[in-house]
Design a protein around this ligand. Structure first.
Ligand SMILES: Nc1nc2c([nH]c(=O)n2[C@H]2C[C@H](O)[C@@H](COP(=O)(O)OP(=O)(O)OP(=O)(O)O)O2)c(=O)[nH]1
Length: 141
């Protein structure tokens, strides 16, 4: 089981999603930025390091969300999500090909990785995300 952290990064009621490159595993899928935990690293250190490496951003952890085990068939991961805040929308794309700040209600417009879909649908995570965004996740329009 591969342990992977990801950041659900919040700025003014919008969340950041990033698109994986055409050469990456799961090419062109959207995800919450993050990456694999290194040996001896805490999940918290991992997410701060990954966001710095991938987006050249400093972030603050607000809450650890419920972890999600997911089996892609060819590999199993444990996705460890953190709700995080930041003080600006600025970022540099070091690995991803695109980033978007989106409303929670629009997330179904994107081809999100399956583990991430499960993560945002987890009732505990869903309630926390809806509380922070002030919006319902399911589209009513
Ligand atoms: N970063 C990230 N990976 C995710 C998410 N959801 C999900 O299933 N994954 C999967 C995709 C990858 O198989 C794995 C993470 O791999 P990665 O390539 O992003 O990790 P990394 O940055 O440490 O990369 P590397 O050292 O292998 O180059 O977890 C997510 O929201 N964010």
């Amino acid at each position: 089981m591969i342990e992977v952290t990801c950041a659900i990064l919040l700025f003014e009621n919008k969340f950041l999603i990033t698109q994986r490159s055409a050469e990456a595993e799961h090419p062109l899928s959207w995800e919450f930025p993050g990456g694999k935990i290194k040996t001896g690293e805490s999940p918290e250190d991992c997410i701060l390091r990954e966001i710095n490496e991938e987006l050249e951003k400093e972030i603050e952890i607000l809450e650890k969300l419920k972890s999600i085990p997911f089996d892609y068939g060819f590999k199993k991961i444990k996705l460890i999500p953190f709700l995080c805040s930041t003080t600006s929308i600025q970022l540099k794309l070091k690995e991803h090909i695109q980033a978007k700040w989106i409303q929670l209600e629009d997330i179904s417009d994107f081809d999100l990785l399956d583990a991430d879909k499960k993560l945002i649908q987890h009732p505990v995570n869903k309630a926390i995300l809806e509380k922070y965004s002030g919006k319902q996740m399911d589209k009513t329009r």
